[in-house]
Design a protein around this ligand. Sequence first.
Ligand code: GDP
Length: 369
Amino acid sequence: QQEQGACAGCGIRLQSESTDKPGFIPAAAINKEPAICQRCFRIKNYNEAASVAIDHDDFLRLLGGIAATDSLVVHIVDLFDFEGSLISGLQRFVGNNPVLLVVNKVDLLPKGANQNRLRNWVQKQAKSQGLRTVDVVLCSAKKNIGFDRVIEAIEVHRGNRDVYVVGATNVGKSTLINRLIRDYSDLERELTTSRYPGTTLDAVHIPLDDGNAIIDTPGIVYPHRMTEIVPRGVLQALLPEKEIKPLVYQLNAQQTLFVGALARFDFVEGDRQSFTLYISGGLTVHRTKLERADELYADHKGELLSPPNKEQLEEIPAWTRHRLTIRRGTETDIFISGLGWIHANGMNGALVDVYAPKGIRVLMRDALI
Ligand code: GDP
């Protein structure tokens, strides 16, 4: 039951006097059922129009269109799946347009993580991928952390230009755009969103007051991310909801960890040492002896070793093995795209095998934390 004079979306008292005060509704719309304030109207419109997902080749064709524009490109990546969600080759496609790198989901890392260090790490990784950025901003769209800085950076770098928002799927692009719509100081007046399917850039236009627009492009689907190849039910367990609790394992050589039936980690050779898993709290880890690992998997996959369950497991490609050598004296992460990473302090070096579904990106990188 809607309270008389209250917004059906957020419950705020409706008013038609000032466009820049909360609860504004144009006088002409006040008798509509249900009546919603302008802010809720914008959010609803955006979400109804929110753009679809497309594959990498189609996306590259679309990106080509950005090079011909004069715009600011906001590239959103997921800090939890950094190497998986970074758009490789973005630089070539956006031409001379500046790229602002917005790194989302910073709320997932332990609170104590040093923000400056994280930012330096991101800058270094982006640079090594050939991406030139005008700025790097860390934020959480969901928890509203660092969002003032996102708005500020967009304002500073867009000047009098359109803003193209690009990103892979599940990085939080629509969460972030919803927040932009809510918080953006320029979006005080009438704002509508619309889809233009079949145009060069199949994207959602969100007009700004100054005649420019925020343009939301479709999310790219990267099959090298575990989040893209698992059935829906598994995706929920895979995407961390809240701050990750690092799981520390002291292992001897010839011990194995299973992450459900999604991945397997064998510590093949090296002195006893600790390995720290950064994965979603929705997943469970089983530890066993390497010599018993094959049997355990054969007997218990999809049951004790889950998610995925037996049925879901059939939809996921079989594992391939990645043999990795962690050099002595290096702080290294073994990164498994979409699943998370395993931190090795590498004091003494180690030889490890990682099993992950075929096609999933597995790599070693400088430790994030
Ligand atoms: P899109 O596919 O890029 O548009 O991503 P969505 O906005 O739909 O978000 C994908 C998933 O990530 C959802 O489960 C969101 O709740 C979650 N998400 C989005 N932003 C954040 C964030 O800042 N922190 C965390 N922890 N999760 C987020």
